[in-house]
Design a protein around this ligand. Structure first.
Ligand code: NAD
Ligand code: GLY
Length: 365
């Protein structure tokens, strides 16, 4: 039997099911939903492996359709959202239909946004199949598509009715994608849980090797931490939820300037966390030992700490100012003060930001 965690959000609370080989039990785990017409949305790669088996499992008395989008970040676009809205209409989807997002963060964000907007919002179920989506994007209700050079700029908070995490699906995940997800795992240790960070340090090898005996507890802890943050600050109004964006202001700038898709999101986050630790060190917020431990874990998990090719400095710095964490023209950086604790910090001197960008591999013209 898979393990159950709950995201506490009053009447919109929902379960997260986590386990081994649980996709085949999806019908039973979703029994509480009144599934009369389900539309599974998956990208082409995931649909080819898990699409039809899931459709068969869910079918029962319900009508189940499968819609596909191209794999990759470029699908988080207004064009793909428009295509899906029209396809839902053509399939006769109505307010009682349920969207089942099957795949990584791209499909979760896109299908979630379509669920939030079609017919003013219909039921959504998340079945994440990448590590990144299992520990982060499928939980918490953030959905979005990108504008050119502005990631996640158009979206909505739309909580799923359930999340089903089958760690078995990670077996088919390409290595680079798996490692990318590990960056978000490291993030939770740094921002919220020093003991968890120490656990990751002592199990780094097993984690890098996808050992299931480590994967389930690691994914469960990440989901617990994310659920607690989301329950306390669902819409990022108190500043608490913003801590989940540790490393992300740098990361979003790298992704936008390099062009979406060149760097995987988790790779950009890994380089971004490296920059954030160095910025915190320069500001005297953390000691060398903090930087050394984070660097070492990043290295043990075979994650990048610098850009694979130089990016133009001024353009990259400019991209940080388009970050959604800019409030009244002021950017608040999420920076550590010790392992397991981060804070929002305003008024960071630009020359220090430039130094860490240069260290990450940005270049002056
Ligand atoms: P992704 O969705 O593009 O998936 C990565 C690749 O792996 C794709 O090619 C996909 O086809 C393939 N794939 C997925 N599962 C597979 C499996 N089990 N076996 C084989 N192949 C599989 O990328 P991602 O890293 O999961 O998600 C990145 C996106 O998530 C970004 O757009 C990011 O902005 C978003 N995100 C959102 C949130 C949120 O809170 N909503 C949080 C973090 C990231
Ligand atoms: N991944 C950031 C958040 O969910 O708030």
């Amino acid at each position: 039997m898979p393990e159950r965690l709950d995201v506490e959000l009053g009447e919109r609370s929902y379960p997260i099911w986590i386990g081994d080989d649980v996709l085949a039990q999806a019908d039973r785990l979703f029994a509480s939903l009144t599934l009369h017409h389900g539309i599974v949305i998956a990208d082409a790669q995931v649909a080819a492996i898990y699409g039809e088996p899931l459709v068969e499992t869910l079918r029962g008395d319900a009508r189940i359709d499968l819609l596909q989008v191209p794999s990759g970040e470029a699908s988080k676009s207004v064009e793909q959202a428009d295509r899906l809205w029209r396809a839902l209409r053509a399939l006769g989807a109505d307010r009682k239909s349920t969207i089942v997002a099957l795949g990584g963060g791209v499909v979760g964000d896109l299908a979630g946004f379509v669920a939030a907007t079609y017919a003013r919002g219909i039921e959504l179920v998340q079945i994440p199949t990448t590590l990144l989506a299992q520990v982060d994007s499928s939980v918490g209700g953030k959905t979005a598509i990108n504008l050119p050079n502005a990631k996640n700029m158009v979206g909505a908070f739309w909580q799923p009715s359930a999340v089903l995490i089958d760690v078995t699906t990670l077996r088919t995940l390409p290595d680079r994608e798996y490692r990318s997800g590990l960056a978000e795992v490291v993030k939770y240790g740094v921002i919220l849980d020093a003991d968890f960070f120490a656990y990751l340090e002592s199990h780094a090898q097993a984690l890098a090797a996808r050992d299931p005996s480590v994967l389930i507890p690691v994914i469960r802890r990440c989901c617990e931490l994310k659920a607690s943050v989301v329950s306390a600050d669902e819409r990022e109004t108190t500043g608490l939820r913003a801590i989940l964006n540790y490393g992300h202001t740098f990361a979003h700038a790298f992704e936008a300037v390099a062009g979406y898709g060149e760097l995987l999101h988790g790779e950009a986050v890994s380089i971004g966390m490296t920059c954030a630790a160095r910025l915190a060190f320069r500001l005297g917020r953390v000691d060398e030992e903090f930087v050394r431990r984070q660097d070492r874990l990043v290295e043990q998990l075979v994650l990048p700490s610098a850009l694979p090719r130089p990016l133009p400095l001024e353009e990259t710095i400019g991209a940080t100012l388009r970050d959604k964490k800019v409030e009244a023209g002021k950017l608040r950086w999420i920076l550590p003060s010790e392992l397991g604790k981060v804070e929002r910090v305003a008024d960071v001197p630009e020359d220090l930001v430039k130094e860490v960008f240069l260290e990450a591999g940005c270049q002056k013209p």
